[in-house]
Design a protein around this ligand. Structure first.
Ligand code: FES
Ligand code: FES
Length: 163
């Protein structure tokens, strides 16, 4: 099957049970997305699939023929980081960094979803800021950080939204 990852098309012949996460890490050498739980519980494996954030450990590759995937490696470079990456650096939004690629890919998805006006579980519909701290916490609640970097992650995302 064919899959485009970070703008590069790949032709893959793999076991049909292969997950998108394993295809990225084990077969395409893109180890930015992390395997935290392999059960859809931690968000460390988050990537963008056709522009929407997904837990790649729960996605069967075989169902995604022709899809476009963006991983943390495709968001920015060391010289030119993505605005969310820059904000995480400036706000010290990480400690060990294991959850960080997933946090950043998820945050990119959050900014897009809020920009489209998509509500979250805490949105009341009263014209509130869809990127308030409460909204950011709710929208990022699928991404766990065992180092507890949340107090810096929230302002980083708020600042990236402003940019
Ligand atoms: Fe995919 Fe934890 S590794 S959600
Ligand atoms: Fe260590 Fe989040 S920075 S798990």
């Amino acid at each position: 099957m064919r899959l485009t990852v970070n703008g590069v098309e790949h032709e893959l012949t793999l076991d049909p049970r292969t997950t998108l996460l394993d295809a990225l890490r084990e077969h395409l050498d893109l180890t930015g997305a992390k395997k935290g739980c392999d059960h859809g519980q931690c968000g460390a494996c988050t990537v963008l699939l056709d522009g929407r954030r997904v837990n790649s450990c729960l996605v069967l590759l075989i169902a995604q023929a022709g899809a476009e995937v963006t991983t943390i490696e495709g968001l920015g470079t060391a010289a030119e980081p993505h605005p969310v990456q820059r904000a995480f650096l400036e706000h010290d939004g990480l400690q060990c960094g294991y959850c960080t690629p997933g946090q950043i890919c998820s945050a990119v998805g959050v900014l897009d979803e809020a920009g489209r006006g998509w509500p979250s579980a805490v949105t009341t519909g009263d014209g509130e800021d869809l990127l308030s701290d409460a909204e950011i916490r709710e929208r990022m609640s699928g991404n766990l950080c065992r180092c507890g970097a949340y107090p810096n992650i929230v302002p980083a995302i708020r600042e990236a939204a402003g940019r």
